[in-house]
Design a protein. Structure first.
Length: 407
């Protein structure tokens, strides 16, 4: 449709007054007929908002905004929003041209948060929520993203005891911040959740993420810049090379307090856990991903005549679906046993309901004693014996029983 002359006139009169100090962005969207519709929209970045915005630049930007709004309306993008700042939006329907001001007050924020107080409030974590795809460009959180929004708030709260425990061991300052190493960081999802939570808690942080994919590292760097989080760095590296790399040492400024591994695929999780254990990391946060290794090993066990002492009933080994679920649980259980055997206090919590994803376990581990790592003190024999009776040889056990990589 074409924006009417009257609509354009109303906007021309109202916008200079309401946008005199600039704005962040304008979003032109097509009306959606259903909640599952894929949104069609255009985003026009504004001149920025604040007292120091140049008046002449704002005036020119308003003219460009009016032209863009009219062109968008002609293309069917009639639902138009101007995000002034994190708390204020101007909305109008180009078919009618009636401008409304919407303010994100306490009541509105609570409604957006689903009626509950959440860590990542839309009025103080907007840049973060937009960067990870939860908040739309127009400042709203759609129904399709509401579940994910709740999940990340819950995940941050589950991670909180870990950094609070580190803070009790040593004082965290700008000169000696909390140091976090994210191995096989991928999209660095957990890194950004931790970083934003620590920003809100005013805890100084240095976080370094590594991954072997250049595109993911570039994306993580871009998101960090978009959010404006300080103390974050990302580099291309393997898990094995990450800890010893000069770039890692320079980025963190010291050994990591927390080593993170979120959805490192299959035995990459074991590689990350081995590095954390051998380096004596005070704390570990691990969300395991696909567990294929033991499923293949269990498939080779004769269900009708399992090894003596094998606790598995034949049906667990003989039926593929049951064997797969058994392998998943067994893999993570052995990881927990090995962490305990190497001197860590371990607990396992569910951070996402199993109806959403099967990859929903967070393993939290804290080293019991300080000091140098002594592999001779690791109590691996009992775990190795149990694995032998079950007919499995997990990667993490083999790694811990062998010599350190590069030794």
């Amino acid at each position: 449709m074409t924006m009417t002359k009257a609509s354009r006139g109303r906007l021309r009169r109202a916008l200079p007054r309401k946008l005199s100090r600039g704005w962040e962005r304008a979003v032109f969207a097509a009306p959606q007929s259903g909640a599952d519709d894929e949104p069609r929209e255009q985003v026009l970045e504004g001149p920025g908002a604040g007292d120091e915005v140049d008046e002449a630049r704002v005036a020119a930007a308003i003219e460009a905004l009016l032209d863009a709004a009219e062109a968008a309306a002609a293309d069917g993008l009639t639902k138009q929003t101007i995000v002034v700042d994190d708390r204020r939006r101007l909305t109008y329907d180009a078919r009618h041209g009636h401008l409304k001001t919407k303010t994100l007050d306490a009541a509105t924020a609570r409604k957006v948060m689903g009626g509950k107080e959440r860590l990542f409030r839309p009025d103080r974590s907007a840049a973060f929520l937009r960067a990870i795809g939860i908040m739309n460009a127009d400042g709203t959180i759609s129904t399709r993203h509401a579940r994910k929004y709740k999940q990340i708030s819950h995940l941050a709260e589950l991670c909180r005891p870990t950094w609070e425990r580190v803070a009790k061991r040593r004082e965290l300052t700008d000169e000696a911040p909390l140091r976090v190493l994210d191995l096989a960081c991928g999209n660095a999802y957990l890194s950004f959740v931790i970083a934003e939570a620590l920003r809100l808690a005013e805890v100084p942080l240095r976080l370094h993420g590594v991954d072997v994919r250049d595109d993911l590292i570039a994306r993580a760097r871009g998101r960090a810049a978009e959010i404006g989080l300080e103390g974050l760095s990302f580099a291309r590296a393997t898990i094995a090379a990450a800890y010893a790399a000069a770039e890692t040492r320079d980025a963190l400024g010291g050994p990591p307090d927390i080593i993170v591994a979120l959805h490192a695929c299959d035995t990459a999780t074991d590689e990350a856990l081995e590095l954390a254990i051998r380096s004596g990391a005070p704390a570990i946060l691990c969300v395991p991903c696909c567990q294929h290794e033991l499923a293949g090993q269990l498939a080779a066990v004769d269900a009708s005549a399992p090894p003596p002492g094998n606790p598995a009933i034949p049906a667990l080994l003989g039926h593929g679906l049951l064997r797969g679920a058994y392998a998943d649980a067994l893999t993570d259980a052995i990881r927990c046993e090995l962490l305990t055997a190497c001197g860590y206090q371990v607990d396992v919590v569910e951070f996402v309901g199993s109806e959403h994803t099967a990859k929903n376990l967070l393993i939290r581990a804290h080293r019991r004693r300080r000091g140098a790592v002594d592999p001779a003190a690791w109590e691996l024999a009992a775990v190795a014996d149990a694995c032998a009776r079950m007919g499995v040889s997990p990667s993490l056990l083999r790694r811990l029983e062998g010599a350190p990589r590069g030794a």
